[in-house]
Design a protein around this ligand. Sequence first.
Ligand code: OAD
Length: 253
Amino acid sequence: DDLERLAADIRRADTVVAFTGAGISAPSGVPTFRGDDGVWEHFDEGQFTYGRFQRDPEGFWADRLELQRAMFGDEFEPNAAHEALAGMGHDGTLDAILTQNTDGLHGDAADATGTDGTTLLELHGNARRVRCTDCGRRTDGDPVFERAADGELPPTCECGGVYKPDVVLFGEQLPGAVIQRARELARESDVFLAIGSSLVVEPAASLPRLAASPEATVGIVNLESTPVDSTADVVCREDVTAVLPRLRSLLEE
Ligand code: OAD
């Protein structure tokens, strides 16, 4: 079947890259952005832009705290799909994970598995951290979120600069070095697997195209159809927690 073909291509491949979106964390209880009950049905996307942060940091932070509560408020852990990818990294069958997610769950799964050979690129940053917009210092977000919740809006760094969640906001460029590395990995990949992403926003929309050379295999694992399905080699319209552990065990055979 399709998964067996994918496993065979992965065995032959030099470079295997997984690209993930909110769908991989949905089974951990983190809501997705689009679709029924998605975050953008409850929050106005337009309030979370870089322009708003610059114009109205106080209002931005007040709304951001609510968004974070909705997304990351409940305890959550890596699920079987994160674990399968970390395991593939550990086994040497996966070279890189490029993620749009800011929840840090791929890092947690890698730490738990003891994977260190796999490249992890968090393209949209990490929502557990904050970064000072003046001195550039990055620090653990929790104490800063607490101060903000207690009324310090916007929260500031010791240097006096305003903190920003260490994530890429709408209207903000992705860090140049990170996106360049992601494009290189997509181009180099022999197998490129897009997992749990609607593939409608950049760079998600274009990375699979960069990967799609005639020799490369592009696979999609997603509950719903995506704009890339028609040109992909393998499409699994199933839950990530069903597909990825099965793929890993096929690779172990
Ligand atoms: P989306 O919410 O757009 O898409 C998530 C996809 O995952 C959907 O197509 C679902 O069908 C699928 N899905 C949900 N649960 C699944 C499951 N258990 N198994 C398989 N598939 C499942 O999320 P992203 O594509 O990650 O950007 O969104 C991309 C970016 O848009 C985000 O990083 C964010 C957002 O606006 C910023 O905040 C800058």
